[in-house]
Design a protein around this ligand. Sequence first.
Ligand code: FE2
Length: 433
Amino acid sequence: MTFDLIIQNATLFDGHCTDIAITGERIAAVESGIAAETGKTIDVGNRLVSQPFVDPHFHMDATLSYGIPRRNTSGTLFEGIRLWGELKPLLTHDAVRERALRYCDWAAAQGLLAIRSHVDVCDDRLLALDALIEVRSEIASYIDLQLVAFPQDGHHRSPNGHMNLLRALDRGADVIGGIPHFEQTMADGTQSVIDLCRLAEERGLPVDLHCDETDDPMSRHIEQLVAETRRRGMAGRVTGSHLTSMHGMDSYYVSKLLPMMAEAGVAAILNPLVNIVIQGRQESYPRRRGLARVPEMIAHGIAVGWGQDCVLDPWYSLGKADMLDVAHMGLHVAQMTSLDDIRHCFRMVTEVNAQIMGLNEFGLQPGKLASMVVLDANSAEDAVRLRAERLMVISRGRIIARRPGGTISLDLPGRPSEVTLRHTVPDQDSAHQ
Ligand code: FE2
């Protein structure tokens, strides 16, 4: 057999070590001892090789704009929305495109090869949407970008919210967005969920709403989203994003809500980096964490993913396109620190997020796209702990990023001259010393 590229000694998520052979854009074989007659061979020395990272919740129209025209001083969601309102008239097609492409360079370098970005469509010019549609085709050979038509100022509250949403879909947005908790009344929020789901049913599109991103435990638009999903038979293509009100909801009510979400097939995307700093700002102490009930949702069989939401924009002054940062923060806030939970958090930012976005071409099996990441770690749990360096990123059979990584030189009396931060957790059976 001849292959274009063979990755030797790759440790997979399940811990077994193997070779991966690539022909063209596809994985040709995953087995030990693949012999290379031709083509390139790279030995990754038992390091973890994973399917790519996936971010199902981002705002690419705002990214890398932190400080323009000013910084968010209160740190609240609402100052962020006001600040974005000040920035919007200043946006130009070229500036949005340039910032988005720069962000996608970071994403590619971090092995983040699929992104769902909400795009504000309340500006009548639809300038950001047009710029990101251009970016979507420019990066299509290495990053899958899905664009959500997102009426940031409210589907009903914004004067042209509905019309602009339709225009955005006609221009090629992939997903229907909304923000029911930002409508003027609870009733308007409910109506927006009904209208947006009806539109999704008519057009055969997925729905992904900013849903209940508030500390108000009575914000329950998720309930309507679940009911509409079920009524219209849209299981598997509806997502509630953020869902922070669930943190403060009455537990009796949540015990009714979670089984309904699971039955309806509604997925959840939580954004721990951003919501841990935005939520609870109006409270004294004790302060709620503002993250939905992640382990409980997972236990009910709901598809739950971690999203990044923001990087260097009006809402968040940090970030670097690193889904391991997201998983690391998420597991802390959600108290998911058992070994199984840490490993599941790695799956959330890879496999589960891909499933929520409807991407079935990712995965390290023969026939799937040859897209993968080599991490400077030997296991998924260590990758999360270290937020491990991405040593190599392959997209559709092509190496698109490399970084040396490896050991660090030390100069300490009586200590080794090199150190690595990698660590292997011993098996339960051998952990008696
Ligand atoms: Fe968001």
